[in-house]
Design a protein around this ligand. Structure first.
Ligand SMILES: Cc1cc2nc3c(=O)[nH]c(=O)nc-3n(C[C@H](O)[C@H](O)[C@H](O)COP(=O)(O)O)c2cc1C
Length: 153
């Protein structure tokens, strides 16, 4: 893809981190892990409770990185699928980042949910931001990352 690329991701148990690193190896893009406040618990039980409550109360956790998106034309945005949709920090990202004119390529890891489950939420979040939101890809397997890069949509 033309222009500079940036990979932003959040990972709780390491799967999305691995996918982001694999993507980085293949694209040479800058790689940044998103830091969130409040931080999510590491325990599966605690994480489940927190994420459910965030959804119910429509709470969007803060992204505390000092991000400079200006040099980048493509932003890969990686997240775990939680409850058949993107985590609430993804809402924060679209609310706070200047995405005007940027190509945003979401990717997700999950137990089985494909990226298409997240697409309606992402489409809604991207409205009015000026972002060129792509469908993106499911990143559970290296072969799905490679397949996407061979034929980006
Ligand atoms: C609270 C919670 C909700 C989840 N919801 C889904 C889901 O709806 N669909 C799915 O396929 N996997 C679901 N999973 C599994 C995660 O998406 C999967 O383990 C993911 O790869 C975790 O990414 P990470 O290791 O980068 O944190 C869920 C996991 C948690 C903890």
């Amino acid at each position: 893809m033309p222009g500079q690329s940036l990979i932003l991701y959040y990972s709780n148990s390491g799967n999305t981190k691995r996918a982001a690193q694999q993507l980085q190896t293949r694209t040479g893009a800058t790689l940044i892990e998103l830091k969130l406040a409040p931080a999510y618990p590491q325990s599966y039980f605690g994480l489940g409770l927190r994420t459910k409550r965030q959804l119910k109360k429509n709470r969007h956790p803060a992204i505390t990185n000092d991000l400079n998106l200006a040099p980048y034309t493509t932003i890969y945005l990686g997240f775990p699928t939680w409850f058949h949709r993107p985590p609430m920090f993804v809402n924060t990202f679209f609310e706070t980042a200047d995405l005007n004119g940027k190509r945003v390529v979401p990717f997700t890891t999950s137990a089985s949910s494909p990226i298409s489950e997240s697409t309606p939420y992402l489409t809604e979040m991207a409205k009015g931001t000026g972002a060129d939101l792509k469908i993106g890809f499911s990143a559970n397997y290296l072969r799905s990352i490679t397949a996407y890069l061979n034929d980006p949509v």
